[in-house]
Design a protein around this ligand. Sequence first.
Ligand code: M6P
Ligand code: ZN
Length: 196
Amino acid sequence: MNNFNWDTGFSVDFDLQTGLSGQAVTTKRRLSQMVDTFYDSEAARKMVEEQGDPLVYEFHELGCPERAGDLAFGTTVLYPGKVGNEFFCTKGHFHTVLETAEVYYTLSGKGVMVMENPEGHTVEIPMSKGGAVYVPRRYAHRTVNTGDQPLIFFYTFAADAGHDYGTIETRGYHHLITDDGKGGWKTEDNPHWRDA
Ligand code: M6P
Ligand code: ZN
């Protein structure tokens, strides 16, 4: 555990030089934990078997109390890779308290923030070093690494927002972010999206 004092303040070294192995513990998501996140889940299962279950991303959970007024924050490292034609991404979630926003600030790498609201409005915003993305209230958010280096970003959100993963797990995202074959990315409709 850590000694972060959420009532009197603290600083934390994210230790980005050595891949987040500093004083703050990270939560790791490996491909085996998220095969159904990807359109070609069979290809994902095969990669798990043949490539030793690659680490897709890791992020800090500093143990911020889930109470009104606090700000949860940390750094995420999303590794480069693809399942079939689809770039590595985070699972993505709505906030349980739908009316809560989030801010991401990109430290290195290239990617896309993929967002959609319950009414099906979709937004994709490119991410690159020095750029901040505002994730508005009511929008599910997923980050995608479209480059060949780790995508590293700082995030912060209202500590009592909560994570709703179930909606995305059941319905999927409207859009997939795939390799365009020319060194970039493109958006494709997700044939597995369900209006459930
Ligand atoms: C960011 C933040 C975290 C989130 C993490 C991983 O770092 O938004 O709150 O937990 O990404 O994304 P996910 O929870 O969708 O797996
Ligand atoms: Zn969030």
